[in-house]
Design a protein around this ligand. Structure first.
Ligand code: AMP
Length: 117
């Protein structure tokens, strides 16, 4: 389902441009518009699910396809061996801003402490 008020659904629909780095029948990976690391790629299911819990609950197979796309992206970006951080911000305390499930791949340099206090 495409929701017209969802930014990432609009990227999937081609209504908003994005720098796509990998695409499958069910997933899309594109560069974050405001990168926080030398490599900052967002991986999403093409179908709309509000967050990763909703995605996993509704369609665990698709959640697995998102993770397979993460693996393909880190290989293509040449950071599989050097490492990366995968973040799914969820809900208000998680700092989620776009309510279409997405994983952030951060890589290309040491990403630093997991959280700052
Ligand atoms: P989150 O805070 O986890 O919901 O992350 C949303 C991410 O989407 C942020 O890192 C934004 O920089 C990114 N973002 C917002 N608009 C776009 C866009 N048009 N293309 C690519 N990334 C975007």
């Amino acid at each position: 389902m495409v929701t017209s008020d969802c930014l990432f659904c609009r990227i999937v629909a081609g209504e908003i441009p994005a720098t796509v780095v990998h695409e499958t029948a069910t997933t899309l990976a594109f560069r974050d518009i405001d990168p926080k690391a030398p490599v900052h790629v967002l991986v999403i299911p093409k179908a709309h699910h509000a967050d990763v819990s909703a995605l996993a609950g509704a369609d665990p197979g698709l959640a697995g396809e998102v993770l397979a796309t993460v693996a393909a992206v880190v290989a293509a970006e040449g950071v599989a061996a050097s490492g990366y951080r995968l973040i799914f911000n969820s809900g208000p305390d998680g700092g989620q801003e776009v309510f279409h499930a997405h994983g952030h791949i951060l890589a290309g340099a040491p990403i630093g402490p997991m959280v700052s206090r």
